[in-house]
Write a protein that binds this ligand. Structure first.
Ligand SMILES: Cc1ncc(COP(=O)(O)O)c(C=O)c1O
Length: 329
C-alpha cells in the first residue's frame, strides 16, 4: 500500500485506503526524510543537490587558483534561518564589489539555501554559501571565467566550547594588520582569507581564543573572524566599518538590541587603550554568536569576568534567534 502525503507547512492528512485516516506532522516527515538522506550529506552545486562525495569543482576554478570568489556563513535555529535576507544581500554586495555576477537572483538563492537545508533534514546548523569565479585558464584574467559556481553546504558548527561562553575568551593583539580598504575592502567577504588566517595563526600560537586585528593606523578593526564591542560606563561601542571591520550581520543585530534595551551606542575609532580600560568586551559573529572576552594580551578587561551588559545582550540575542527567521519547513 502506498500512502501519499502533501507536505505542507501544516499537519497533513492522508487516507490509508482501508477506512483509516492518518495525520502526520509535515515537519516531522521532512525531518525523517532528511535524517534518512543525511547518512550521505547533500550539497547544492550549480542548481543540483548532489552527494557530498560528488560535490567537486574543477582545479581550474579561480576560486581555488586565486581565492577569487565570495562567501557567506549563515546560521539556522529551530527550523528557521536567521537573518537570511541580510546575508544574501551582503553576498550580492560582495560579489558586485569584485565584479562577479552571480548567475541567479537573490530570491532564487534564498530558495536554494532553504532547499539545501531541507534536503539534509536539519533544524539547527550552519550554511556555507560559496560563489567561485568559475573555471578559467591559469592566468589571472577573470573575464576568461564565464560561469561562476554556486556551492551551498548545510551542516553543523561548534566554534567555541560552552565553557568559553560562560568564562570568556582570552584575546591577543596580532602583528598582522587588517588589510586596508585601498588594497581590498574588508567589507568584501571574499574567498581570500589569508589576512585573517595569518592573524588567526598568531592567536593560536599564543593559545588565545581570538586575535585582535588593528588597521594600518593602529586603530582596532575587528578580530580574525568576529566583530568586537566594548562597554564602558554602561555605553556600548564598536569600531566603525571604516576602521577595517566587516559589516557583520550579528554586529547589526547587537546594535538593534542596544537600541531596544536603551543602551547608548556609538562607533568611535577605538585603540588598544580603550580595550584595556573597558568595563566589558565581547565579540560577535554568525558562528561565534555573542561571546565575552575577559583578557587582552594577558591583562584583565574590567573585572576579568563576563559582564552584566554582555550577559543581557547575549540573552536578547538568543531570544531573537529562537523566535525569528525565515521558515525552512
Ligand atoms: C572577518 C570577519 N569579521 C566579522 C565577522 C562577523 O560577521 P557576521 O556577524 O556577519 O558573521 C566575520 C564572520 O563572518 C568575519 O569573517
Amino acid at each position: 500500500m502506498v500512502v501519499q502525503f502533501h507536505l505542507g507547512t501544516e499537519k497533513s492528512r492522508g487516507n490509508c485506503g482501508g477506512g483509516c485516516e492518518i495525520s502526520i506532522d509535515s515537519q516531522k516527515i521532512h525531518r525523517l526524510i532528511g535524517r534518512a538522506q543525511n547518512y550521505s550529506m547533500k550539497v547544492y552545486l550549480d542548481g543540483k543537490l548532489v552527494e557530498k562525495d560528488d560535490a567537486k569543482v574543477s582545479v581550474f576554478d579561480h576560486g581555488l587558483l586565486y581565492g577569487d570568489g565570495v562567501f557567506e556563513g549563515i546560521r539556522f535555529y529551530a527550523g528557521r534561518v536567521f537573518r537570511l535576507d541580510e546575508h544574501i544581500r551582503r553576498l550580492y554586495d560582495s560579489a558586485r564589489a569584485v565584479a562577479l555576477t552571480i548567475p541567479i537572483e537573490p530570491d532564487a538563492m534564498e530558495l536554494a539555501v532553504l532547499e539545501t537545508i531541507r534536503a539534509n533534514g536539519l533544524q539547527d546548523g550552519y550554511v556555507r554559501l560559496v560563489i567561485t569565479r568559475g573555471v578559467g585558464d591559469l592566468g589571472l584574467n577573470p573575464r576568461l571565467c564565464p560561469t561562476p559556481s554556486i556551492i551551498i553546504i548545510a551542516s553543523k558548527i561548534n566554534l567555541y566550547p560552552e565553557e568559553k561562553y560562560e568564562k570568556g575568551l582570552a584575546v591577543v593583539t596580532c602583528a598582522t594588520r587588517r588589510i586596508p580598504h585601498g588594497a581590498l575592502s574588508p567589507m568584501v567577504k571574499s574567498l581570500n582569507y589569508l589576512n585573517n588566517i595569518l592573524a588567526k595563526l598568531e592567536a593560536l600560537n599564543a593559545s588565545a581564543g581570538e586575535g585582535l586585528m588593528l588597521n594600518e593606523q593602529g586603530f582596532v578593526a575587528e578580530c580574525t573572524g568576529d566583530n568586537i564591542f566594548l562597554v564602558r560606563d554602561g555605553a556600548l561601542t564598536t569600531p566603525p566599518i571604516s576602521s577595517g571591520a566587516l559589516a557583520g550581520v550579528t554586529r547589526a543585530v547587537v546594535m538593534e538590541i542596544a537600541a531596544e534595551l536603551g543602551i547608548p551606542f556609538s562607533e568611535p575609532y577605538i585603540t588598544r587603550y580603550d580595550v584595556f580600560t573597558a568595563d566589558e568586551c565581547f565579540l560577535t559573529g554568525t558562528a561565534a554568536e555573542v561571546i565575552p572576552v575577559v583578557t587582552l594580551d594577558g591583562r584583565p578587561i574590567g573585572e576579568g569576568v563576563p559582564g552584566p551588559v554582555t550577559q543581557r545582550i547575549r540573552e536578547s540575542f538568543h531570544k531573537l534567534t529562537e523566535s525569528t527567521g525565515t521558515r525552512i519547513y
